[in-house]
Design a protein around this ligand. Structure first.
Ligand code: ATP
Ligand code: MG
Length: 785
């Protein structure tokens, strides 16, 4: 093991080596982008194990996104082998879910709690606000939700807020009331939102010292990547786990060894409560701490670093640091100004093609970044047309589609019947004659008898003023749920999902519709079936509950507010996490944190878009946008492109956008322009009135489209399926055999690799250019060639 330990130090520079070997006190590693922070963390973990200072079970490594966690696990696995699979290497949220589920019983909670995403929360907050007769125009549910989220991130619970808020301020009064109601409803629904996962874990540790003690004994080494983006609740969680002496830590063992790494220039999550003070105050918070600086960059060329240094140095109040590399200056940055977003996308596709032909680069070496998700559409259009394979990372949108949320709502109710938000979502979906009045009558019964909504449904004959017809419908619904619950308990997750789709009449309703949108809904549901099957294949032991949990978490940290709809294919690809080789990666700048690519296109560098319009009047916002630019620029290893378009259509209108000021902040001799626009880059933050339509409204958490709000979102155009479980699939299942050539409307040409099952349940495994897919033939838009 000594030899292995020595191996782990090979190739590290002296500061990195020190950081890997350090012991005996908290350690802060601060450094610019690409200087090996994450690499040091991985090597440090392997080194702790190789030297016998720690066994794998004593290590807790926390990263910011699921993707980053997967990457770190890979890096560690490469160093230490398969044991990495069992280690706690995860996001804050995943770690907390794991702890909460494990401890729920001992602290008097239910361990099968649901996890509400922001759309679920918004529904519930809307309900509560309505119940309080608040004017939704004056204080929108979204505003209230943001405030509640911010409070939770500050570990201020509803009672504390009510006691300290300025109640003569109408907004604070409204928030206090909604916060209380929301908290009560969440509790009785046995549900947690994302912010709760962290906050409740902290509260639990504080209220139950025995539980905290268990984890303090267990985790002797805690390592946190991207520490600059932690919020207060996450900061407190780390502190609880470390067990700082004198803070309720009565243990006979010393505090855990804490290692945090970060770069305050890369703090880009202030809108989620991230607080750079956590990193800036580290030495104060942990007085014995040692700080190590890394300065040499191993990722990028000097040209790229000079550009990044020049941009970030415009931010006020930051300690000057300059990234340098031994790699040499490399190629110039290439600039391009498209006439419009299609021209910009076309240039990108052509360049990728050229790089393939002339420089032997593969599409998999290329990443294309954008500021807002809405920009991916035009890029995708071109990539599809020219046949360049790509994937969009951050595929939450799939899970925010109505039909997907409906299907998942059924599954959630089967796992947790107290989940009132999801229960009410599906109560009359598809329509089965349980109208608003019936729903409120049952809700009234639940309130009067202080029982759950599900329990009230079971006693619907006692509901005040419930018509006989509604009563029958309710009884039918209860029977349906019981039947489905039986399927769910007896067979796997995919069987449960298929039973839901068939027996509720949900699919039948979509199939009998003439609305073309409903056709793609059927396709999306088929993809969901494929996703569940994939999950079952990868997790033979996995339960329906665990599947739902994974879905909830995928939709969490890797997702960015304001995501537009991505196609089911992209998302299926992202969810598969199969890391198909050789495809161009499309993602937002926020998602790109911590990653690196040989070739990077930074697109949409337009004033009002990036930097975002909101930053025009707010210097703090502008500084955050600039950090985002710094993150984007420093992802590139060999080649960097900066592009924009002169005219861009947004919200159905053509916008003229001047160049981003960030383009002007890059020394122009570093850039070789392939096409220059009419105007010169803007210097010093002036903005054009023309871009003023980029308001703050599409930037909040959640969809921004209001989907998922309102009264159950019934499909009005679709004929109503009257009976449950009576309808047959309308599509003929095509018959295919191994080796057949087929054509899929989205994936294109493919070859059948295998066929499983029979009749309605036939699944074909097909190899497409974009990778292998499992398709449920009954739903798949597939033809034989
Ligand atoms: P970011 O701030 O973007 O998260 P980082 O500081 O975490 O960056 P890493 O991702 O760990 O940086 O490292 C950047 C690249 O440099 C990686 O490809 C890594 O393997 C490489 N690298 C780091 N240190 C060394 C080294 N001593 N020798 C060779 N390559 C190195
Ligand atoms: Mg990193």
């Amino acid at each position: 093991d000594e030899a292995r330990a020595a191996d782990l130090l090979q190739g590290l520079n002296p500061q990195q080596e020190e950081a890997v070997k350090h012991g005996g006190s908290p350690l802060l590693i601060v450094a610019g982008a690409g200087s090996g922070k994450t690499r040091v963390l991985s090597h440090r973990i392997a080194y702790l194990m190789a030297t016998g200072r720690s066994n794998p079970g004593q290590i807790l490594a926390i990263t910011f996104t699921n993707k980053a966690a997967a990457e770190m696990r890979e890096r560690i696995e490469a160093l230490v082998g398969g044991v990495a699979k069992t280690m706690w290497i995860s996001t804050f949220h995943s770690s907390c879910v794991r702890i909460l589920r494990r401890e729920a019983k001992s602290v008097g909670m239910n361990s099968n709690f649901s996890i509400y995403d922001s759309a679920d929360s918004l529904r519930l907050i809307t309900l509560v606000a309505k119940g309080l007769d608040l004017d939704p125009k004056r204080f929108t549910p979204k505003m209230i939700m943001h405030k509640i989220s911010a409070l939770k991130n500050e570990l201020i619970d509803d009672e504390t807020f009510a006691a300290t808020a300025n109640l003569s301020d109408p907004f604070e009064q409204a928030v206090a009331d909604v916060y209380r109601g929301y908290t009560e409803r969440m509790r009785s629904a046995n549900a947690m939102d994302f912010d709760d996962l962290i906050a409740q874990t902290v509260y639990m540790f504080r209220a139950f010292p025995g539980v905290a003690e268990y984890y303090r004994r267990r985790f002797r080494h805690i390592l946190v990547d991207e520490y600059q983006d932690t919020n207060h609740a996450q900061y407190a969680l780390v502190r609880e786990l470390v067990g700082v002496p004198g803070e309720g830590n009565t243990l006979d063992i010393p505090p855990a060894e804490l290692t945090v790494v970060g770069d305050s220039d890369q703090s880009i999550y202030a809108f989620r409560g991230a607080d750079v003070r956590n990193i800036n105050d580290f030495e104060k918070d942990y007085p014995a701490a040692r700080t190590i600086l890394l300065e040499q960059n191993y990722r990028s060329t000097q040209t790229i670093l000079n550009a990044a240094n020049a941009v970030i140095s415009r931010n006020p109040n930051r300690p000057e640091k300059r990234l340098w590399t031994a790699e040499g200056s490399g190629e110039k940055i290439i600039g391009y100004v498209g006439e419009n977003e299609h021209d910009e996308a076309r240039f990108i596709a052509e360049e990728i093609d050229r790089l393939q032909d002339e420089e032997n680069l593969r599409p998999g070496d290329v990443a294309v970044f954008y500021r807002t998700n809405a920009q991916s559409r035009s890029l995708e259009d071109v990539l599809v047309r020219v046949g360049l394979p790509y994937k969009v990372v951050g595929g939450t949108r799939f899970y925010e589609r109505k039909e997907i949320k409906d299907a998942l709502a059924y599954l959630r109710v089967l796992v947790n019947a107290d989940d009132v938000v999801n229960l009410r979502r599906i109560l009359n979906e598809p329509k089965r004659g349980i109208g608003d009045r019936a729903e409120y009558s049952v809700a009234a019964l639940a309130e009067r008898e202080r029982i759950s909504f599900m329990a009230a449904l079971r006693r619907a004959e006692e509901a005040p003023g419930l018509a006989t017809r509604s009563l029958n419908a309710v009884n039918g619904f209860v029977k349906l749920i019981d039947d489905l619950a039986e399927v769910a308990a007896g067979s796997g997750a995919s069987a449960a999902l298929e039973a839901v789709l068939e027996q509720t009449g949900y699919l039948a309703q979509l199939r009998s519709s003439n609305d073309p949108q409903d056709e793609s809904r059927v396709e999306n549901l088929a993809e969901l079936v494929a996703v569940v099957r994939e999950y079952e294949k990868d997790n033979p032991e996995g339960s329906l509950g665990e599947f739902l949990e994974q879905v909830s978490l995928v939709a969490d940290a890797d997702s960015i507010p304001d995501a537009p709809e991505g196609s089911a294919e992209e998302v299926a690809a992202a969810v598969e996490e199969s890391r198909q080789q050789g495809v161009v990666t499309l993602m937002t700048l926020h998602t790109a944190k911590g990653l690196e690519f040989p070739v990077v296109f930074l697109t949409g560098l337009e004033q009002g878009l990036f930097p975002h319009q909101r930053s025009a009047t707010d210097p703090a916002e502008l500084a955050e946008e600039r950090r985002l630019a710094y993150v984007g620029l420093t992802r590139a290893r060999k080649r960097l492109y900066i592009t924009r378009s002169e005219v861009r259509s947004m919200w159905g209108q053509s916008q003229y956008n001047p160049a981003s000021q960030f383009v002007g902040e890059i020394p122009q001799e570093l850039i070789q322009w392939k096409r220059e626009g009419m105007d010169r880059p803007t210097w010093g933050g002036s903005t054009s009135a023309g871009s003023s339509r980029y308001g703050g409204s599409h930037w909040g958490a959640g969809s921004g489209t209001g989907s998922g709000m309102g009264a159950g979102g019934n499909i009005s155009a679709a004929p109503v399926a009257k009976a449950i479980g009576r309808v047959q699939p309308q599509k003929e299942v095509i018959s295919v055999g191994v080796g057949d050539k087929v054509n899929h409307t989205s994936f294109g040409h493919g070859t059948v690799l295998a066929v499983e099952g029979t009749g309605d349940k036939t699944v074909a495994k097909v190899k497409f250019d974009v990778g292998e897919k499992r398709l449920l033939l009954r739903y798949a838009p597939l033809t034989k060639e």
